[in-house]
Design a protein around this ligand. Structure first.
Ligand SMILES: NC(=O)c1ccc[n+]([C@@H]2O[C@H](COP(=O)([O-])OP(=O)(O)OC[C@H]3O[C@@H](n4cnc5c(N)ncnc54)[C@H](O)[C@@H]3O)[C@@H](O)[C@H]2O)c1
Length: 447
């Protein structure tokens, strides 16, 4: 036993699936590592089409076509420059279009990836499911709460694979955190803290407008979709995250990753009961209508969670699960378990006279272990991903495997909906300046 009451040998034995490397532990690679070693029969090749080839879509495209047995056969984007980019990435001629329905009708396409702005997610996913196509859709799953239930209905009615693109759901680091948590390593979980901070214009979504962007190179009317009609606005097209008409600000862009990790690791299967958010727009007063600092306290049935994101100060990102037996802390590609025993290590006699204190101490140390000066230092164990580990690849691989084998999606509409609702609750609370409660029966947020 170490001083924190947990047998180290026992702990090491229970953390199967990890190997020792130079004092820290490397988590076993995910399923993709072993799959990559096997050739894929041409008949098993998955042919996908991509809708939206912007910042995220271009990355997903480049990663997907390097996966074994995966091929891109068509791309769709409303902006000519992104169609060009899709062809550049694929490196061979593929049909490109501004109309995603052409991909839905294309019998050569087995499944889709969609990386369009958030206000388009619901329509693209529902249309894809209705056309009989599986779809990987970027996070957050929805722009408004009711859309989530429409997506789930379409997914179920058409028996489709829907995978939401919050890659932490496939991360082996979060899987290790989940394993530690479920083993009871930190005892009773009471509080989760998660935070991240940025401090640069790009991090605050001030992306550069492409010089050729104009009503002739982009289909602005279609891009607006169900959002309010406005004249062509290059800044809104490029920096849509800054506007509630298309995105959800900090919650939809960044909380969603933290929440996905928390929901996955702790096994949350419903939205939080309540959220209380506070923040403000302090710095990036460029016409945006969302805050650049947001803190939120969430009430989950068995623990509370505090989330904090700022676009005004760079701070390391972390998620920390805090229990009465220690902490599980995730930083980038590592997870660290630090045990605690939650016990006194000397008599708790504040403000006692000297003799009374000494008498009691003698008695106390006679009955308690360890003896003074015999405690070993608190031991932490850190698990890391293997070199070059990439959770995006893992998440995409899980998607294509679900399409191939019909194994259920690792992040289906229900999982995506729960995290998206938690994001919407933070915004609802912030803008209403009141507590936001999840009304499960009414399927709506109440403020
Ligand atoms: N998982 C992650 O880590 C991650 C990271 C960044 C972005 N995202 C998500 O990816 C999505 C896209 O974000 P982005 O930064 O790439 O945006 P973006 O603006 O760079 O790219 C979106 C592209 O979609 C195209 N588009 C919009 N509506 C369309 C439609 N109806 N049909 C066809 N094309 C359409 C646009 O022309 C644009 O090229 C968002 O939902 C965002 O939240 C996820």
């Amino acid at each position: 036993m170490n001083n924190r009451g947990i047998s180290r040998r026992d702990f090491m034995r229970r953390t199967a699936g990890a190997t020792l490397a130079g004092g820290s532990l490397i988590v076993d690679p995910g399923p993709l590592a072993s799959a990559s070693a096997r050739p894929v029969a041409p008949s098993d090749t998955i042919r996908f089409g991509i809708i939206g080839v912007g910042m995220q879509g271009s990355g997903l495209l480049g990663t997907s076509i390097r996966l074994p047995g995966v091929e891109c056969v068509a791309a769709c984007d409303l902006y000519d420059g992104r169609q060009e980019l899709a062809k550049e990435i694929v490196g061979k001629p593929i049909p490109v279009t501004r109309r995603y329905h052409e991909l839905l009708d294309n019998k050569e396409i087995d499944c889709l990836i969609a990386a369009v702005p958030d206000h388009w997610h619901k329509q693209v996913v529902v249309d894809a499911c209705s056309a009989g196509k599986d779809i990987y859709c970027e996070k957050p799953m929805t722009h408004h709460v009711p859309e989530g239930f429409e997506i789930i209905a379409a997914e179920k009615a058409n028996n489709r694979i829907v995978q939401i693109g919050s890659q932490r759901r496939s991360s082996i680091i979060y899987a290790k955190a989940k394993e530690l948590y479920e083993q009871g390593a930190i005892g009773e979980l009471c509080l989760v803290e998660a935070a991240m901070g940025r401090n640069d214009p790009c991090g605050a979504w001030q992306y550069t407008v492409p010089p050729d962007l104009s009503p002739s190179t982009v289909d602005w009317e279609t891009w607006l979709g169900t959002a309010p009609k406005l004249p062509f606005d290059p800044l809104r097209w490029t920096r849509w995250r800054c506007f509630q008409d298309y995105g959800e600000g900090i919650p939809g862009d960044l909380y969603v990753h933290l929440l996905t990790g928390i929901h996955y690791a702790t096994g949350i299967t419903a939205p939080p009961a309540r959220a209380l958010a506070a923040g403000g727009l302090f710095r990036w007063k460029d016409g945006r209508d969302v805050p650049d600092v947001l803190t939120t306290l969430y009430e989950y049935p068995k623990f509370r969670a505090t989330l904090r994101v700022t676009l005004n100060t760079e701070t390391p990102e972390f998620t920390r699960l805090m229990g009465d037996r220690g902490t599980i802390e995730i930083h980038d590609e590592t997870v660290t378990f630090t045990p605690q025993d939650g016990l006194d290590h000397e008599p708790c006699t504040p403000g006692w006279p000297r003799q009374m204190k000494a008498d009691y101490a003698e008695h106390w140390f006679g009955e308690h272990e360890p003896k003074p000066q015999t405690q070993s230092p608190v031991e932490s164990t850190t698990f890391s991903g293997p070199p070059g580990y990439d959770e995006d690849r893992e998440h995409l691989w899980n998607y294509f495997q679900s399409v191939r084998t019909r194994r259920p999606s690792v992040e289906d509409g229900t999982f995506g909906n729960n995290t998206a609702i938690a994001c919407h609750m933070a915004n609802a609370s912030y803008f209403a300046k009141s507590v936001a409660a999840w009304d499960a029966a009414g399927m709506k947020i109440k403020t």
